[in-house]
Design a protein around this ligand. Sequence first.
Ligand code: DGY
Length: 329
Amino acid sequence: MTAPYRVFVTRVLPGSGFAELRDDPAFDLDVWPDDFPPPREALLERVDGVDGLICLITDRIDAAVLDAAGSQLKVVSQMAVGVDNVDVAACAARGIPVGNTPGVLTETTADIAWALILASARRIVEAAEYVKAGEWNTWAPTQMAGADVFGATLGVIGFGAIGQAVARRAQGFGMRVLCWNRTPRPDAAAALSAEERSLDAVLAESDFVSVNVALTDDTRGLINADAFERMRPGAILINTARGPIVDEEALVTALRDGQIGGAGLDVTAVEPLSMDSPLLTMKNVVVLPHIGSASMATRSKMADMAVANLRAGLSGQPLPNSVPTPASG
Ligand code: DGY
Protein backbone atom coordinates (compact mmCIF):
# COMPACT_ATOMS: atom_id res chain seq x y z
CA MET A 1 0.00 0.00 0.00
CA THR A 2 1.34 3.44 -0.90
CA ALA A 3 1.85 5.90 1.93
CA PRO A 4 -1.00 8.38 2.33
CA TYR A 5 -0.52 11.91 1.04
CA ARG A 6 0.54 14.24 3.79
CA VAL A 7 -1.49 17.43 3.74
CA PHE A 8 -1.51 20.49 5.97
CA VAL A 9 -4.78 22.40 6.16
CA THR A 10 -4.47 25.77 7.87
CA ARG A 11 -8.01 25.78 9.31
CA VAL A 12 -10.99 23.50 9.87
CA LEU A 13 -13.10 23.84 6.71
CA PRO A 14 -16.83 23.57 6.10
CA GLY A 15 -18.31 21.43 3.33
CA SER A 16 -18.58 17.75 2.51
CA GLY A 17 -15.32 17.64 0.53
CA PHE A 18 -13.27 18.33 3.64
CA ALA A 19 -15.23 15.80 5.74
CA GLU A 20 -14.57 13.16 3.07
CA LEU A 21 -10.90 14.08 2.92
CA ARG A 22 -10.62 13.59 6.67
CA ASP A 23 -12.15 10.12 6.43
CA ASP A 24 -10.12 9.09 3.39
CA PRO A 25 -7.25 6.73 4.30
CA ALA A 26 -5.36 7.97 1.24
CA PHE A 27 -4.70 11.22 3.12
CA ASP A 28 -2.79 11.95 6.28
CA LEU A 29 -4.31 15.27 7.30
CA ASP A 30 -2.81 17.74 9.73
CA VAL A 31 -5.48 20.36 10.41
CA TRP A 32 -4.71 23.56 12.31
CA PRO A 33 -7.51 23.54 14.89
CA ASP A 34 -7.75 27.21 15.93
CA ASP A 35 -9.85 30.01 14.52
CA PHE A 36 -6.67 32.05 14.35
CA PRO A 37 -4.20 31.24 11.59
CA PRO A 38 -1.07 29.30 12.43
CA PRO A 39 1.69 31.70 13.51
CA ARG A 40 4.57 31.92 11.06
CA GLU A 41 6.82 29.55 13.02
CA ALA A 42 4.08 26.96 13.30
CA LEU A 43 3.28 27.24 9.59
CA LEU A 44 6.92 26.70 8.65
CA GLU A 45 7.10 23.70 10.97
CA ARG A 46 3.80 22.08 9.98
CA VAL A 47 4.42 22.21 6.23
CA ASP A 48 7.69 20.30 6.56
CA GLY A 49 7.42 17.24 4.31
CA VAL A 50 3.82 17.73 3.15
CA ASP A 51 2.64 16.79 -0.33
CA GLY A 52 -0.20 19.28 -0.38
CA LEU A 53 -1.29 22.46 1.36
CA ILE A 54 -4.72 24.00 1.74
CA CYS A 55 -4.43 27.62 2.84
CA LEU A 56 -6.51 30.75 3.38
CA ILE A 57 -6.03 34.45 2.67
CA THR A 58 -4.60 34.90 6.17
CA ASP A 59 -1.59 32.65 5.45
CA ARG A 60 1.46 34.13 3.75
CA ILE A 61 2.67 31.43 1.39
CA ASP A 62 6.04 32.58 0.12
CA ALA A 63 9.31 31.01 -0.95
CA ALA A 64 10.28 30.33 2.68
CA VAL A 65 7.14 28.26 3.23
CA LEU A 66 7.67 26.37 -0.02
CA ASP A 67 11.28 25.66 0.95
CA ALA A 68 10.22 24.58 4.42
CA ALA A 69 7.74 22.18 2.82
CA GLY A 70 10.32 20.60 0.54
CA SER A 71 10.57 19.51 -3.06
CA GLN A 72 7.84 16.84 -2.73
CA LEU A 73 5.16 19.58 -2.40
CA LYS A 74 2.79 19.06 -5.32
CA VAL A 75 0.02 21.60 -4.87
CA VAL A 76 -0.96 24.77 -3.02
CA SER A 77 -4.74 25.05 -2.84
CA GLN A 78 -6.18 28.32 -1.61
CA MET A 79 -9.74 28.54 -0.32
CA ALA A 80 -10.38 31.95 -1.92
CA VAL A 81 -10.41 33.50 -5.33
CA GLY A 82 -7.80 36.14 -4.46
CA VAL A 83 -4.28 34.80 -4.07
CA ASP A 84 -2.31 37.95 -3.23
CA ASN A 85 -1.05 36.16 -0.10
CA VAL A 86 0.56 33.44 -2.24
CA ASP A 87 3.80 33.96 -4.11
CA VAL A 88 2.49 32.45 -7.32
CA ALA A 89 5.77 33.09 -9.15
CA ALA A 90 7.71 31.19 -6.48
CA CYS A 91 5.26 28.30 -6.78
CA ALA A 92 5.58 28.36 -10.59
CA ALA A 93 9.37 28.36 -10.35
CA ARG A 94 9.08 25.12 -8.37
CA GLY A 95 6.46 23.63 -10.70
CA ILE A 96 3.77 23.80 -8.02
CA PRO A 97 0.27 24.63 -9.29
CA VAL A 98 -1.83 27.04 -7.23
CA GLY A 99 -5.57 26.44 -6.98
CA ASN A 100 -8.24 29.00 -6.17
CA THR A 101 -12.02 29.23 -6.02
CA PRO A 102 -13.42 31.60 -8.65
CA GLY A 103 -17.06 31.87 -9.60
CA VAL A 104 -18.85 30.46 -6.58
CA LEU A 105 -18.45 33.59 -4.48
CA THR A 106 -19.34 36.14 -7.16
CA GLU A 107 -22.98 36.70 -6.23
CA THR A 108 -22.42 36.46 -2.49
CA THR A 109 -19.70 39.09 -2.67
CA ALA A 110 -21.82 41.34 -4.89
CA ASP A 111 -24.55 41.07 -2.24
CA ILE A 112 -22.19 42.39 0.42
CA ALA A 113 -21.13 45.27 -1.84
CA TRP A 114 -24.79 46.13 -2.09
CA ALA A 115 -25.32 45.75 1.64
CA LEU A 116 -22.57 48.33 2.05
CA ILE A 117 -23.99 50.65 -0.61
CA LEU A 118 -27.36 50.68 1.12
CA ALA A 119 -25.97 50.76 4.64
CA SER A 120 -23.64 53.67 3.85
CA ALA A 121 -26.16 55.69 1.85
CA ARG A 122 -29.06 55.24 4.24
CA ARG A 123 -27.01 55.30 7.46
CA ILE A 124 -28.34 51.90 8.49
CA VAL A 125 -25.69 51.03 11.08
CA GLU A 126 -25.75 54.50 12.60
CA ALA A 127 -29.55 54.48 12.74
CA ALA A 128 -29.71 51.04 14.34
CA GLU A 129 -27.17 52.14 16.95
CA TYR A 130 -29.24 55.28 17.59
CA VAL A 131 -32.29 53.17 18.35
CA LYS A 132 -30.34 50.81 20.61
CA ALA A 133 -28.88 53.78 22.48
CA GLY A 134 -32.40 54.99 23.32
CA GLU A 135 -32.02 58.17 21.24
CA TRP A 136 -35.14 57.60 19.11
CA ASN A 137 -37.47 60.10 20.72
CA THR A 138 -39.41 61.44 17.79
CA TRP A 139 -39.72 61.62 14.00
CA ALA A 140 -38.01 64.67 12.55
CA PRO A 141 -37.71 65.98 8.99
CA THR A 142 -33.98 65.39 8.55
CA GLN A 143 -33.47 62.74 11.22
CA MET A 144 -31.00 60.13 9.90
CA ALA A 145 -31.50 61.46 6.39
CA GLY A 146 -28.98 60.02 3.99
CA ALA A 147 -28.43 59.76 0.25
CA ASP A 148 -30.69 58.18 -2.36
CA VAL A 149 -29.48 55.04 -4.04
CA PHE A 150 -32.32 54.79 -6.53
CA GLY A 151 -31.50 56.81 -9.64
CA ALA A 152 -27.92 57.58 -8.56
CA THR A 153 -24.77 56.82 -10.56
CA LEU A 154 -22.71 53.76 -9.69
CA GLY A 155 -19.09 53.54 -10.79
CA VAL A 156 -17.57 50.07 -10.89
CA ILE A 157 -13.78 49.88 -10.87
CA GLY A 158 -12.82 46.46 -12.17
CA PHE A 159 -15.43 44.90 -14.43
CA GLY A 160 -14.73 41.23 -13.85
CA ALA A 161 -17.33 38.75 -12.61
CA ILE A 162 -17.92 40.46 -9.25
CA GLY A 163 -17.93 43.97 -10.70
CA GLN A 164 -20.48 42.85 -13.26
CA ALA A 165 -22.64 41.23 -10.58
CA VAL A 166 -22.57 44.50 -8.62
CA ALA A 167 -23.59 46.37 -11.78
CA ARG A 168 -26.41 43.91 -12.52
CA ARG A 169 -28.02 44.66 -9.18
CA ALA A 170 -27.93 48.37 -9.96
CA GLN A 171 -30.44 47.87 -12.76
CA GLY A 172 -33.16 47.22 -10.20
CA PHE A 173 -32.31 50.55 -8.61
CA GLY A 174 -32.67 52.52 -11.82
CA MET A 175 -29.04 53.55 -11.65
CA ARG A 176 -26.73 54.82 -14.34
CA VAL A 177 -23.71 52.52 -14.29
CA LEU A 178 -20.20 53.56 -15.31
CA CYS A 179 -17.39 51.04 -15.39
CA TRP A 180 -13.66 50.88 -15.85
CA ASN A 181 -11.52 47.85 -16.47
CA ARG A 182 -7.83 47.80 -17.34
CA THR A 183 -8.67 45.67 -20.39
CA PRO A 184 -11.86 47.14 -21.82
CA ARG A 185 -14.91 44.88 -21.66
CA PRO A 186 -17.32 46.39 -24.18
CA ASP A 187 -19.51 43.28 -24.47
CA ALA A 188 -19.99 42.92 -20.73
CA ALA A 189 -20.64 46.64 -20.41
CA ALA A 190 -23.19 46.60 -23.23
CA ALA A 191 -24.95 43.55 -21.78
CA LEU A 192 -25.46 45.44 -18.51
CA SER A 193 -26.21 48.81 -20.10
CA ALA A 194 -23.08 50.15 -18.41
CA GLU A 195 -20.93 52.89 -19.92
CA GLU A 196 -17.23 52.13 -20.17
CA ARG A 197 -15.29 55.24 -19.19
CA SER A 198 -11.78 56.22 -18.17
CA LEU A 199 -10.88 55.68 -14.52
CA ASP A 200 -10.89 59.44 -13.96
CA ALA A 201 -14.35 59.80 -15.47
CA VAL A 202 -15.75 56.98 -13.34
CA LEU A 203 -14.32 58.63 -10.24
CA ALA A 204 -15.57 62.07 -11.20
CA GLU A 205 -19.11 61.16 -12.19
CA SER A 206 -20.17 58.50 -9.70
CA ASP A 207 -22.18 58.85 -6.52
CA PHE A 208 -21.02 55.40 -5.43
CA VAL A 209 -17.63 53.99 -6.42
CA SER A 210 -17.33 50.24 -5.98
CA VAL A 211 -13.83 48.77 -6.01
CA ASN A 212 -13.79 45.32 -7.59
CA VAL A 213 -10.27 44.86 -8.98
CA ALA A 214 -7.84 42.19 -7.83
CA LEU A 215 -4.88 43.33 -5.75
CA THR A 216 -1.75 43.36 -7.90
CA ASP A 217 1.35 45.53 -8.07
CA ASP A 218 -0.59 47.70 -10.51
CA THR A 219 -3.66 48.18 -8.34
CA ARG A 220 -1.99 48.68 -4.97
CA GLY A 221 -2.87 52.23 -3.90
CA LEU A 222 -5.00 52.76 -7.03
CA ILE A 223 -7.52 54.75 -5.00
CA ASN A 224 -5.16 57.36 -3.61
CA ALA A 225 -5.30 61.04 -2.65
CA ASP A 226 -5.48 62.01 -6.29
CA ALA A 227 -8.43 59.68 -6.85
CA PHE A 228 -10.28 61.09 -3.84
CA GLU A 229 -9.74 64.60 -5.19
CA ARG A 230 -11.45 63.58 -8.40
CA MET A 231 -14.47 62.07 -6.67
CA ARG A 232 -17.71 63.96 -6.22
CA PRO A 233 -18.19 65.65 -2.87
CA GLY A 234 -20.58 63.38 -1.02
CA ALA A 235 -19.62 60.29 -3.04
CA ILE A 236 -19.39 57.01 -1.20
CA LEU A 237 -16.51 54.55 -1.63
CA ILE A 238 -17.27 50.83 -1.40
CA ASN A 239 -14.41 48.32 -1.19
CA THR A 240 -15.10 44.60 -1.18
CA ALA A 241 -11.90 43.63 -3.01
CA ARG A 242 -8.67 44.07 -1.03
CA GLY A 243 -7.74 46.78 1.46
CA PRO A 244 -4.37 47.82 -0.02
CA ILE A 245 -6.06 48.90 -3.27
CA VAL A 246 -7.18 51.95 -1.29
CA ASP A 247 -4.62 54.26 0.30
CA GLU A 248 -6.17 54.20 3.77
CA GLU A 249 -4.43 57.34 5.02
CA ALA A 250 -5.72 59.24 2.00
CA LEU A 251 -9.17 57.79 2.64
CA VAL A 252 -9.15 59.04 6.23
CA THR A 253 -8.08 62.50 5.04
CA ALA A 254 -10.74 62.56 2.32
CA LEU A 255 -13.41 61.62 4.85
CA ARG A 256 -12.16 64.09 7.47
CA ASP A 257 -12.01 66.92 4.95
CA GLY A 258 -15.46 66.11 3.63
CA GLN A 259 -13.98 65.41 0.19
CA ILE A 260 -16.15 62.32 0.01
CA GLY A 261 -19.33 61.49 1.88
CA GLY A 262 -18.64 58.07 3.34
CA ALA A 263 -17.20 54.61 2.91
CA GLY A 264 -18.36 51.04 3.16
CA LEU A 265 -15.44 48.70 3.60
CA ASP A 266 -15.42 44.93 3.79
CA VAL A 267 -11.63 44.92 3.60
CA THR A 268 -8.90 47.08 5.11
CA ALA A 269 -5.20 47.61 4.50
CA VAL A 270 -4.33 45.56 7.58
CA GLU A 271 -6.76 42.92 8.77
CA PRO A 272 -8.11 42.84 11.38
CA LEU A 273 -8.43 46.64 11.41
CA SER A 274 -6.74 48.14 14.44
CA MET A 275 -9.13 49.45 17.08
CA ASP A 276 -7.06 52.65 16.93
CA SER A 277 -8.04 53.28 13.32
CA PRO A 278 -9.70 56.68 12.85
CA LEU A 279 -12.12 54.91 10.49
CA LEU A 280 -13.81 53.40 13.52
CA THR A 281 -14.60 56.82 14.95
CA MET A 282 -16.41 58.03 11.84
CA LYS A 283 -20.16 57.72 11.69
CA ASN A 284 -20.16 57.77 7.91
CA VAL A 285 -17.96 54.68 7.66
CA VAL A 286 -19.16 51.10 7.86
CA VAL A 287 -16.44 48.49 8.30
CA LEU A 288 -17.14 44.78 8.01
CA PRO A 289 -14.68 41.98 8.87
CA HIS A 290 -14.01 40.70 5.32
CA ILE A 291 -17.25 38.75 5.02
CA GLY A 292 -17.89 39.21 1.30
CA SER A 293 -18.11 35.49 0.61
CA ALA A 294 -19.43 34.56 4.04
CA SER A 295 -22.63 32.69 3.44
CA MET A 296 -22.55 29.09 4.67
CA ALA A 297 -23.43 27.80 1.20
CA THR A 298 -20.71 29.78 -0.54
CA ARG A 299 -18.01 29.07 2.00
CA SER A 300 -18.84 25.35 1.77
CA LYS A 301 -18.59 25.47 -2.01
CA MET A 302 -15.26 27.29 -1.77
CA ALA A 303 -13.93 24.62 0.60
CA ASP A 304 -15.16 21.86 -1.72
CA MET A 305 -13.36 23.52 -4.64
CA ALA A 306 -10.19 23.83 -2.60
CA VAL A 307 -10.38 20.11 -1.78
CA ALA A 308 -11.01 19.25 -5.45
CA ASN A 309 -7.95 21.30 -6.46
CA LEU A 310 -5.87 19.57 -3.81
CA ARG A 311 -6.94 16.11 -4.91
CA ALA A 312 -6.20 16.89 -8.55
CA GLY A 313 -2.80 18.37 -7.75
CA LEU A 314 -1.80 15.40 -5.63
CA SER A 315 -2.69 12.95 -8.37
CA GLY A 316 -0.81 14.96 -10.98
CA GLN A 317 -3.97 16.07 -12.79
CA PRO A 318 -4.64 19.64 -13.96
CA LEU A 319 -6.43 21.55 -11.21
CA PRO A 320 -10.12 22.23 -11.91
CA ASN A 321 -9.36 25.87 -11.02
CA SER A 322 -5.78 27.03 -11.12
CA VAL A 323 -4.26 30.48 -10.98
CA PRO A 324 -2.44 31.38 -14.19
CA THR A 325 1.29 31.36 -13.61
CA PRO A 326 3.06 34.65 -14.32
CA ALA A 327 4.66 33.01 -17.40
CA SER A 328 1.40 31.64 -18.84
CA GLY A 329 -0.28 34.89 -17.98
C1 DGY B 1 -11.55 35.81 -1.77
O1 DGY B 1 -12.03 34.72 -2.08
O2 DGY B 1 -10.57 36.28 -2.32
C2 DGY B 1 -12.23 36.56 -0.68
O3 DGY B 1 -11.64 37.74 -0.38
C3 DGY B 1 -12.40 35.70 0.54
O4 DGY B 1 -13.56 35.02 0.27
